[in-house]
Design a protein around this ligand. Structure first.
Ligand SMILES: Cc1cc2nc3c(=O)[nH]c(=O)nc-3n(C[C@H](O)[C@H](O)[C@H](O)COP(=O)(O)O)c2cc1C
Length: 248
């Protein structure tokens, strides 16, 4: 006889956090922040409505850890320790998003080369390899230095700590869909010959070090997730087999 698990049953994570059920709203970029990347009342109202929908977990749209590398205008940005005004807006957002008793996790991200040229004509990326999508709306990337990689890793950790302090109940590190961390995983986008490129171990280093830095900043009991996909419909990119190893 098959052992069925009800979607309505709680899901307990290894860190101890318990989701009230197994339904989640995936990250969907909102574009509802101010021009400075501060959450607005509209954003809080949207999540208040979603919180009444009954999902055990709401994941925010991508919050950027580097204001020069937005995914789009209107992203929420946390790229330094927030001042008290910004911290209060983050807390308002978290409170609205949790009022139904669900979890609310922040998706944290850096856009990398998948940033519109009108936002940034020369985005930072693993290597100077332009995004091969049609339309020419993406800029020509500049390869990141080792110091810049360390800086971004630390910003992920800072953003995670800031959302934890604001009342979010977890974070999801965005390492999918072509943004910075995912582009490091792909041998098409990452043509580095230092410790961040080449072998799978090297290509995964930025992501795994980021997970470690985030975990150090939030402690052992706070959910830290990673959104990871595999080939992203491309041959010669990050392979499915490799994605299983990175997940492990
Ligand atoms: C409007 C919209 C915005 C999205 N924004 C994000 C985002 O900010 N971060 C992310 O990781 N994925 C984003 N996604 C992808 C979704 O999280 C999800 O992975 C994708 O839609 C596939 O799931 P589905 O088949 O249930 O739609 C977005 C999708 C949509 C439709």
């Amino acid at each position: 006889m098959t052992n069925h698990v009800s979607l309505a049953s709680p899901l307990v994570h290894p860190c101890g956090a318990s989701l009230p059920n197994r339904l989640a709203k995936a990250a969907m970029t909102e574009g509802l922040a101010t021009a400075d990347g501060v959450p607005t009342e509209e954003l809080a109202r949207l999540y208040h409505i979603w919180s009444e929908g009954g999902a055990g977990l709401l994941i925010s749209g991508n919050i950027q850890v580097d204001r020069d590398h937005l995914e789009r205008p209107g992203n929420v940005v946390i790229d330094t320790e927030p001042n008290s005004d910004v911290a209060a807006k983050l807390a308002d957002w978290a409170k609205s998003a949790r009022h139904g008793g669900n979890h609310f996790w922040a998706q944290i991200s850096q856009g990398g080369r998948q940033t519109q040229a009108r936002v940034n004509r020369h985005p930072k990326a693993p290597s100077a390899v332009r995004l091969g999508l049609q339309g020419g709306q993406f800029g020509t990337p500049v390869a990141m230095s080792i110091e810049e990689i360390a800086d971004i890793r630390q910003r992920f950790a800072t953003a995670a700590r800031a959302v934890q302090a604001a009342g979010f109940t977890g974070v999801q590190i965005h390492a999918a869909h072509g943004y910075l961390l995912s582009s490091f995983l792909s041998p098409r986008a990452n043509q580095r010959d230092d410790e961040y490129g080449g072998s799978l171990e090297n290509r995964a280093r930025f992501l795994l070090d980021t997970v470690t830095a985030v975990r150090q900043n939030v402690g052992p009991e706070f959910p830290v997730g990673v959104k990871l996909n595999s080939a992203d419909f491309q041959r010669g990119g990050f392979a499915f087999k490799d994605s299983l190893q990175v997940a492990a």
